[in-house]
Write a protein that binds this ligand. Structure first.
Ligand code: SF4
Length: 765
């Protein structure tokens, strides 16, 4: 068995020294990078060979990569790097890394073409003015070979340990037994589907009800499939921080049940959760944990992964502990450990975001990965947010204020130009909301010019970037990047704030947005990059909706696991005599209150009541308190802190009684586990349909045009999904008994009932 490593990754390991230096360096976009490489190739003479695949071996090490170009006329190998800003401000460590890569390619080329000498060149292309700066060195093949062998030698011992470790890991996984002995109802078919999808390199959409042990039912089979599917890594990504815990617990359980299982499990966290010096910048001149980071990294990495013959749980606390003992940054140590972990548990962002670390590493290393997407019904909305960009007026205003003292006139000038274009657009817009066919050309040009000027400014003044200016710069860059890829999946809109006073909102106070509606074109390639992926949730109905919006590959598999719960555990009652439509709200209050009181009288205990808005919630809660002052109730409020949320839930005790009022889609409608007597029923006084507003109407039109299902894709499916999630709080274990009141006449419609879980059969026909 050989160890295969990409040139770039080999150099990352062997050639990085000194400080971590992530000072704001405005990088070109991916498109600019590709265009830059193409431009350099086009400028070269005929016979120039771009994108050469090269490889070579040293011992058990197989090194491969793609060199940017070779000019046979000059006998010159070129490594091309695009950049923005000032080249002489580039950290020395970056330049060292680039030379190491170029020389490695140099040897691989000499070997392949039988050359005895070569000119090796670093070509830096400034994407702003398209000027090249070229550094060259003349090398003999023997020198390049020596360099190649030195780099390989520095990596070889480590690589051989990884190979031995991988063999031991795969052997142990082959004989891994299910840690609970028996599978629960529905859990085995789910596990089998995940395993089969992994072996067949497929993508699986799995609906699995609460209570069957979805996390174990997906993690275990995918671990078992790692040796057969030759998977390098397994990524478990969750929508929320709380979603990581069950996965980490399940993996601990697997580790505890299989002593001697070599498995490295890493928890990835966001920078703001791991940073030890939030007031500092990520470079050696500012942060002590960035100073000499790469010099101390090997020791920290070695300690973190030391117990390679056993289960290693690298949770946030453990990574922090190792990092601080070695005086390196815990956040960036975590990123480094992601290269060597077998299972990484993180957030959706880590894989699906434009610059997601896990996706980037997968591409760079050509890993075969198994991907598990937890609570996948959240991915449509999260995906939309990831690929939406906004420009907010207050961010521009603060950036302009930061340059008000006249210290940076060039920056002030371009910011003013953006403002003038923005004001012009606002003046021309009569309505509060307007959709544009394309991003306004003048504004885009002003933003691009502005970004370029700020980039140069930041490159010239790297020590003290103005936070307000940076914040604007990031928004502007994002918007320009999204504008590059504008298509039917997104729309451009401008929303004015609510009218203030007689004259309406001031021009220049609108919000500009490139709003993603269909994340499929962005997420689809991420699924394609995974060897196998499973998206699972209790609420994925209808599956076609998720497949369309998430960009799942044609031929993906679908499975619906049976519920471990029986129909007689749950009474589902539909209050068809009540309408919760906005125009009927006032008349709905009395019957809802009467229904709640009746249910409570029949069976006192703990209930949750869900409403579409805080206003509606307060109206019903107020009337209930008036009509039934003895019936205990408590309500969710806007912007509840974590402690207040805990207090809200603490009232649901085994012996407690009362009704907790909450909003549908809020903090208590998902991920809340109140088994047994802690929750015996729920009232859902809404279909959860998103509000009809100009934005949602645009979405509806786009969904109609793209999928022929405007209303359903915009309103009905997302709404019912929230209803089922919220009502799913009631039955959590096979011994729970409960009732759900679905309050609205529309719940009686066949189409709506068809979207409710199949095992909710105990509803009136
Ligand atoms: S501790 Fe914080 S400031 Fe320092 S390098 Fe890490 S993330 Fe950056």
């Amino acid at each position: 068995m050989r160890y295969t490593v990409a040139v770039h990754e080999l150099c990352e390991f062997t050639a990085k020294q000194g400080d971590l230096d992530l000072r704001f360096t405005p990088a070109p976009t991916a498109l600019e990078g590709m265009a830059g490489h193409a431009l350099v190739a086009a400028r070269r003479g005929p016979g120039y060979r771009a994108e050469l695949s090269l490889s070579g071996d040293h011992g058990n090490l197989h090194v491969r990569g793609r060199a940017d170009g070779f000019d046979p006329a000059l006998q010159r190998l070129e490594e091309v790097k695009t950049f923005r800003g000032l080249l002489d401000k580039q950290p020395a460590s970056h330049r060292r890394l680039h030379w190491a890569q170029a020389r490695l390619y140099g040897w691989l080329l000499c070997r392949q073409e039988n050359l005895d000498r070569l000119e090796v060149a670093l070509v830096y292309l400034n994407v702003a003015d398209q000027k090249e700066t070229v550094f060259t060195e003349q090398c003999t093949a023997a020198e390049l070979r020596r360099h190649f062998e030195q780099q390989c030698e520095r990596f070889l011992a480590w690589a051989e340990r990884q190979l031995a470790y991988r063999r031991a890991r795969d052997d142990a996984l082959r004989s891994l037994a299910f840690p609970f002995g028996e599978f629960r109802t529905g859990q085995r078919p789910l596990a089998e589907a995940v395993y089969k999808a992994a072996v067949a390199a497929g993508c699986l959409l799995a609906q699995a009800p609460t209570g069957i042990g979805k996390t174990m039912g997906t993690l275990f089979p995918l671990l078992k499939a790692m040796p057969t599917g030759r998977l390098d890594k397994l990524f478990f990504v969750a929508a929320k921080t709380s979603g990581r815990q069950p996965a980490l617990d399940a993996l601990d359980r697997i580790g505890a049940s299989a002593p001697g299982l070599p498995l490295r499990v890493l928890e990835l966290v966001a920078r703001d959760k791991a940073c030890e010096h939030p007031d500092k910048g990520c470079h050696g001149d500012s942060c002590p944990l960035a100073k000499g980071f790469y010099d101390r990294l090997p020791a920290a990495r070695g300690v973190a992964l030391a117990a390679s013959s056993a289960f290693v749980a690298l949770r946030q606390a453990q990574v922090r502990d190792v990092a601080l003992r070695h005086e390196v940054c815990p956040y960036y140590l975590g990123q480094e450990l992601a290269r060597w972990a077998d299972v990484v548990v993180g957030d959706y962002n880590h894989y699906f975001d434009l610059g997601g670390l896990l996706h980037g590493l997968t591409q760079a290393n050509q890993w075969r990965i198994g991907l598990l997407v937890d609570e996948a019904h959240n991915l449509v909305e999260r995906g939309r947010r990831m690929y939406t960009a906004e420009l907010q007026p207050e961010v521009l205003a603060q950036a302009r204020r930061s340059t008000a003292a006249g210290a940076h006139p060039a920056v002030r000038k371009v910011l003013d130009k953006v403002r003038r274009c923005w004001v012009g657009l606002d003046k021309a817009q009569a309505s509060a909301y307007q959709v544009h066919d394309a991003f306004p050309v003048k504004l885009l040009a002003a933003l691009q010019q502005c970004s370029s000027t700020i980039t140069n400014h930041l490159a010239e003044h790297p020590a003290e970037p103005e936070p307000a200016l940076l914040a604007f710069h990031f928004q502007a860059l994002q918007l320009c990047r999204r504008a590059e890829r504008l298509d039917a999946h997104s729309l451009v809109d401008i929303s004015k704030p609510q009218a203030q006073g007689a004259g309406g909102p001031r021009p220049g106070t609108s919000t500009l947005c490139i709003r993603n509606l269909v994340p499929a074109p962005f997420l689809g390639p991420r699924f394609a990059a995974a060897h196998t992926s499973t998206l699972f949730s209790a609420t994925l109905q209808p599956m076609r909706y998720h497949a369309d919006l998430l960009g799942l590959p044609a031929g993906h598999l679908r499975v619906e696991a049976a519920s471990p719960f029986k129909a007689d555990q749950l009474q589902v009652r539909i209050a068809s005599h009540i309408s919760t439509r906005y125009q009927h709200r006032a008349t709905s209050l009395e019957p809802i209150v009467a229904l709640m009181a009746r249910q409570f009288e029949d069976r006192p205990g703990n209930y949750l009541a869900f409403f579409s808005s805080y206003d509606y919630l307060q109206q019903v809660a107020g009337l209930l308190a008036l009509r039934h002052p003895g019936l205990p109730s408590w309500s969710q409020s806007r912007r509840m802190r974590e402690a207040e949320q805990r207090q809200f839930l603490a009232r649901f005790t085994e012996t407690g009684q009362g009704i907790g009022f909450a909003v549908l889609g809020g903090a208590f409608a998902e991920g809340v586990d109140l088994p047994g007597q802690r929750l015996i029923g729920a009232f859902v006084s809404t279909l959860g349909l998103p509000q009809v507003n100009p934005v949602n109407e645009q979405i509806r039109q786009r969904m109609e045009a793209m999928f022929g299902a405007g209303h359903d894709y915009t309103y009905l499916y997302p709404g019912l999904q929230k209803v089922v999630q919220a009502a799913g709080r009631v039955i959590r274990t096979p011994s729970d008994r409960g009732v759900i009141h679905l309050i609205d006449d529309r719940f009686g419609r066949g189409k709506v009932r068809g979207l409710l879980p199949g095992w909710w059969t105990n509803a009136p026909g």
